[in-house]
Design a protein around this ligand. Structure first.
Ligand code: C5P
Length: 244
């Protein structure tokens, strides 16, 4: 995993067999696979290993959020799985994010493994300004996203998860090296489903997203590999236009 606009396919299912089937179909057509709470809570480490056995990089999206000591322990448990990227909630605070980062480095070192990259979840895209006010946060979503992304960077995290509409601002404020992992991406030919503020894959890549997390447009397509290839073509065309 490396340059901008790489696709991570979200395998949102409780079925290991279905996820394995998708993973085999997508091998080589996407940069990696995302496993989230739905899959992991249903299938645990054994299920995870069935998918990672494909050799494809895994984005383990467990959105950890607890006291620093507990999150450090969770990282100790996860590091042997060798996810390429994993998530913690930036709202868990500076000490929690630092604990996650340190535990990841320390435990990877002990086992002689590559440290997983850790990205912070800023504000969930399901929340708007009114929802934030209801939990006692008076800032507009955009200010809160910026604040949490800066905090994540101070804690030494590798990047953040953000909505497609925050890419330009965060890229400008946080620099080229900070990873931006972006869900809510929809090619023009796919249904938007419950994603409200979507953006096309080429636009998101051009804006500076490192990774595009795309689920249903791929997994629910009649031919998953074909859908992934079409998305990769769209991204390649958008980035090629920029280069040209
Ligand atoms: O199917 P779809 O493309 O909407 O899937 C997007 C994936 O990204 C899902 O796994 C969802 O949990 C995840 N995600 C999201 N919005 C966020 C964070 C993660 O849609 N803010």
């Amino acid at each position: 995993m490396g340059s901008k606009g790489q696709v991570l396919a979200a395998l949102d299912t409780v079925s290991v067999n279905e996820a394995v089937d998708w993973a085999h179909k997508l091998d080589g057509a996407v940069a990696g696979l995302k496993l989230g709470l739905e899959f992991y809570l249903a299938n645990g480490q054994l299920g995870y290993r069935r998918i990672s056995a494909t050799g494809m990089p895994i984005f383990l999206d467990l959105k950890l959020h607890d006291i620093p000591n507990t999150v450090a322990g969770a990282l100790r448990a996860i590091v042997p799985l060798q996810p390429s990227i994993l998530t913690v909630h930036a709202g868990g605070g500076l000490a929690m994010m630092k604990a996650a980062r340190e535990s990841a480095a320390e435990n990877a070192d002990k086992l002689n493994l590559k440290r997983p990259r850790i990205v912070g979840v800023t504000v969930l895209t399901s929340l708007d300004d009114k929802d934030l006010a209801a939990v006692g946060q008076s800032a507009p979503v955009s200010d809160q996203v910026k604040r949490l992304a800066e905090l994540a960077r101070s804690a030494g995290l590798d990047g953040v998860v953000c909505s497609p509409h925050e890419i330009e601002t965060l890229r400008r404020d946080l620099g080229e090296e900070f990873l931006l992992v972006v869900p809510g991406v929809r090619p023009a030919w796919a249904e938007s489903g419950d994603q409200k503020r979507v953006r096309a894959p080429g636009d998101a890549a051009l804006a500076g997203a490192d990774y595009l997390v795309i689920g249903r447009p791929i997994t629910q397509a009649p031919d998953q590999r074909d859908a992934a290839s079409r998305i990769a073509l769209e991204i390649g065309a958008a980035l090629g236009q920029k280069a040209g």
